[in-house]
Design a protein around this ligand. Structure first.
Ligand code: S3P
Length: 426
C-alpha cells in the first residue's frame, strides 16, 4: 500500500530518534562474545537489528527483549554453539559481514544468507581478507551470498583495505579476535569506529594510529552495559526537513555525534545550515541535542575523506541539494551503488520525477538546485533510506506525493512517519 504525503508549511517541535543501528548491532554481537550480561538501553528495534538478535539466538545465546531494555547473556569468546539451521540476515549488510568475520573463527560450520538485496551485495571484499587469514569460506560465484563457512584456524594479517568500509574493517577485526597473532587493517579513509571503541570498552587491546588499526587477540571480553545514542543517520531526515521548510525549528534530543559519523553536519554547514549542538555529553560515544532552523542553503562539493563519514546520509543530502541555490557535486561515492539499492541511480530517478535538475555520474550526482519542485509518485526500491529521503522531499514539493512500500522504513526507523507527522501537527 502506498503512503500519501502532502506539502508541509513548517515543522516545529522536540523529538528523539531511535537508537543507532551500528551500535545496536555491535552491542548484541559483542555482548554475545563477552563474559556476563550486557544490558542495552535505547536499542534500535528495527528489522536489521532484530536479524542480528535472531542469528545469535540460533547460536545458543539467550537474549531477553522487553520495552525497557535488551539483555544479552554472554557466552564468552568461545561460547557460541553450532546453529542447527541457516543464519538469515534479512536486509542487513552489517549483520552479514560482521557475523561472517566472527563465524570464520568458530569450530563449527555455518551458512549465512539474506534477502534479495543482500544476495546482490558484494561479499568478495570480506571473503578475500578472511581467506588470507586462513578462513574456509565460499560465496556464490565467489562474491555473493549465501556464504558457507567451515572451521579453520585463523592467523592475524596486515591488510590494506581497498575501500573505506566499517563493515569490512569490523569483519576482519572480529575474525582477528579468534586468530593467532595481531591483526592490522589500514583504511584508505576513516570509517565509523564503533567496533574499535566498543571492543576497547570490553577490555580488548585495539590500537589506532591514524587510519591503521591493530587488534591483539584478547583472552576474554568483559560485558559492559550499553546506552545506545540516537542515530544521526535517522536524525538526518529531520535536519534536512527542518532546513528546507520555512520557519521550521526542531530540537532532536540525544543524538550520537561520534566524529566518524558527523560528516552530515559538516556538509550541511558548508551549505549554510543553521544547526546547533547543545548539551554535549557522553564518554565512549559522544552525544548532544541538535537544534535545526530553516536556513537558506547553497550548493557545495561533497567528496574525498568526508564520504565514509556521511555515506548513509547522501540520499537525504541530495534532497537538501535540490532545494539549495546553485550547484552541488557529490563525488567519490561509488559505494552508494552497492548499498540496499543503487542509491545513485535511485535518487537521480526519484528526484527527477519532481522536476529537479539531477545528473547521475560515475561516482555520484550533480544537482542544480533552487527550482520549485512538484509532488510525484515515488518508488522506494525497497530501500529504507530512499523512502525516508523522498518523504522529506515530498513535504517541500508543491502538490501531493506518494511513496510505494512505506513499510520498508522499518529496517532502521519503524516510527518514522509518526514522528514526521507529530512535527507537522504542532
Ligand atoms: C555500517 C557501515 C556502513 C553503513 C552501514 C552500517 C556499520 O557500511 O553504510 O549502514 O554498521 O558498520 P560500509 O561499511 O559497508 O560502508
Amino acid at each position: 500500500m502506498s503512503y500519501t504525503l502532502t506539502t508541509a508549511a513548517s515543522l516545529q517541535g522536540t523529538i528523539t530518534v531511535p537508537g543507532d543501528k551500528s551500535i545496536s548491532h555491535r552491542a548484541v554481537m559483542f555482548g554475545s562474545l563477552a563474559e556476563g550480561d550486557t544490558h542495552i538501553t535505547g536499542f534500535l528495534m528495527g528489522e536489521d537489528c532484530l536479524s542480528t538478535i535472531s542469528c545469535f539466538r540460533k547460536m545458543g545465546i539467550d537474549i531477553d527483549v522487553s520495552d525497557e531494555e535488551v539483555i544479552v547473556h554472554g557466552a564468552g569468546l568461545h561460547g557460541l554453539k553450532a546453529p542447527s539451521e541457516l543464519l538469515y540476515t534479512g536486509n542487513s549488510g552489517t549483520t552479514t559481514r560482521l557475523l561472517c568475520g566472527i563465524l570464520a573463527g568458530q569450530p563449527f560450520p555455518s551458512t549465512l544468507n539474506g534477502d534479495a538485496s543482500i544476495q546482490k551485495r558484494p561479499m568478495g571484499r570480506i571473503i578475500k581478507p578472511l581467506h588470507l587469514m586462513g578462513a574456509d569460506i565460499e560465496g556464490k560465484d565467489g562474491n555473493l551470498c549465501p556464504l558457507t563457512i567451515k572451521p579453520a584456524q585463523l592467523q592475524g594479517i596486515r591488510y590494506e583495505m581497498p575501500v573505506a568500509s566499517a563493515q569490512l574493517k569490523s569483519s576482519i577485526l572480529l575474525a582477528g579476535l579468534f586468530a593467532d597473532g595481531k591483526t592490522t587493517v589500514i583504511e584508505p579513509a576513516a570509517s565509523r569506529d564503533h567496533t574499535e571503541r566498543m571492543l576497547r570498552g570490553l577490555g580488548a587491546k585495539v590500537e589506532s594510529n591514524g587510519t591503521e588499526i591493530t587488534l591483539t587477540p584478547p583472552e576474554t571480553l568483559h560485558a559492559v552495559d550499553v546506552d545506545v545514542p540516537g542515530d544521526i543517520s535517522s536524525a538526518a531526515y529531520f535536519l534536512v526537513a527542518g532546513l528546507i521548510l520555512p520557519d521550521s525549528d526542531i530540537i532532536i534530543r540525544n543524538v550520537g555525534i561520534n566524529p566518524t559519523r558527523t560528516g552530515i553536519l559538516d556538509a550541511l554547514e558548508s551549505m549554510g545550515a543553521n544547526i546547533e549542538r547543545l548539551n554535549e555529553r557522553g564518554t565512549v560515544e559522544p552525544v548532544c541535542d541538535l537544534r535545526v532552523r530553516c536556513s537558506k542553503l547553497h550548493g557545495t562539493v561533497i567528496g574525498g575523506d568526508i564520504i565514509p563519514r556521511l555515506i548513509d546520509e547522501l540520499p537525504v543530502l541530495a534532497v537538501a541539494a535540490a532545494f539549495a541555490e546553485g550547484e552541488t557535486v557529490i563525488r567519490d561515492a561509488q559505494e552508494l551503488k552497492v548499498k540496499e539499492s543503487n542509491r545513485i541511480a535511485a535518487m537521480t530517478a526519484e528526484l527527477s520525477r519532481t522536476g529537479a535538475d539531477v545528473v547521475e555520474t560515475e561516482d555520484g550526482m550533480i544537482i542544480h538546485g533552487g527550482k520549485k519542485l512538484h509532488g510525484a509518485a515515488f518508488t522506494s526500491y525497497a530501500d529504507h533510506r530512499v523512502a525516508m529521503s523522498m518523504a522529506v522531499c515530498a513535504l517541500a514539493c508543491e502538490g501531493d506525493s506518494s511513496i510505494d512500500d512505506p513499510a520498508c522504513v522499518a529496517i532502521s526507523y519503524p516510527t518514522f512517519f509518526e514522528t514526521l507527522n507529530s512535527l507537522k501537527n504542532n
